[in-house]
Design a protein around this ligand. Structure first.
Ligand code: PEP
Length: 258
């Protein structure tokens, strides 16, 4: 694993094992300090892994202070598509970059579901993040009804195509794609490795057709220490986006080591 200078050397990311924690709206200064210290103290034992945590905005300074000098990245869970201006409550990509963020999630299903993020909006956020020098982790995934209706492929490709068409407007920088079936997020129900691989292969083919076959592809949805190795062994799964299990240092580090 590279040293701290790699914080901005995003080119080295390509298809390396990447494990990113999404704390969602969880945390508190004291609990975060313990969790971040554990991660900061363990990254050297995880060679060949790229590890990061995406924290709520108020904790970015804390993550920056605790992870400074390590190779662990930090980031946010959403970003505005706008650069600045009268957008009360929003946070720009430039602001995140000032806090040393390496990553930001775009289009997490909880943003799509509860906050109205659209496919086009996710594309715009992804481009805004890239323009500020961040690595966006764009998320796609189908609901249970869509899966049961045989719509998994069309839905995830529609979501991916919106990102690809936004990128075609001129942004070209490293980014990450995460497949997170909505029915597996926070439910304890995970996709079988072969089920996840099937969708990842579909996404990889679309990326390849767009000249981006090496974009890292993460799986997310109830990944735990006990199922991570089988998922990560799949040909087109380059790592994981970890929600609930990223709040437990031992579990998160075990996933990263898987
Ligand atoms: C997530 O929030 O992106 C996620 C995958 O959550 P969980 O691991 O808890 O299912």
């Amino acid at each position: 694993m590279e040293g701290p200078d790699s914080q901005r050397q995003v080119g080295s990311l390509m298809r390396k094992r990447l494990v990113v924690g999404n704390w969602k709206m969880n945390g508190g200064l004291a609990a975060n300090a313990t969790l971040l210290a554990a991660v900061a103290g363990s990254w050297k034992q995880l060679p060949g892994r790229e590890i990061a945590v995406c924290v709520p905005y108020p904790y970015l300074a804390q993550a920056q202070a605790a992870l400074q000098g390590t190779a662990v990245g930090w980031g946010a869970q959403d970003v505005s598509e706008h650069v600045s201006g009268a957008y009360t409550g929003e946070v720009s990509a430039g602001m995140l970059a000032e806090f040393g963020c390496r990553y930001v999630l775009t289009g997490h299903s909880e943003r799509r579901q509860h906050f109205g993020d659209t496919d086009a909006g996710v594309g715009a956020k992804t481009v805004a993040a890239m323009r500020a020098g961040l690595i966006p982790i764009a998320c796609v995934g189908e609901t249970l009804a869509e899966r049961d209706g045989g719509m998994t492929g069309p839905v995830v490709l529609r979501q991916l195509d919106a990102v690809l068409s936004a990128l075609a407007q001129g942004a070209a920088a490293p980014w990450v794609l995460a497949y997170e079936p909505v029915w597996a997020i926070g439910t304890g129900r995970t996709a079988a490795p072969s089920e996840a691989q099937e969708v990842h292969a579909t996404l990889r083919a679309r990326l390849a057709a767009a000249g981006m076959k090496d974009v890292p592809l993460l799986y997310g949805g109830s990944v735990k220490a006990g199922n991570a190795a089988a998922l990560f062994a799949m040909a087109d799964i380059d790592g994981g986006l970890i929600g609930g299990a990223s709040l437990d240092a031992a579990e998160f580090l075990a996933i990263a080591a898987a």
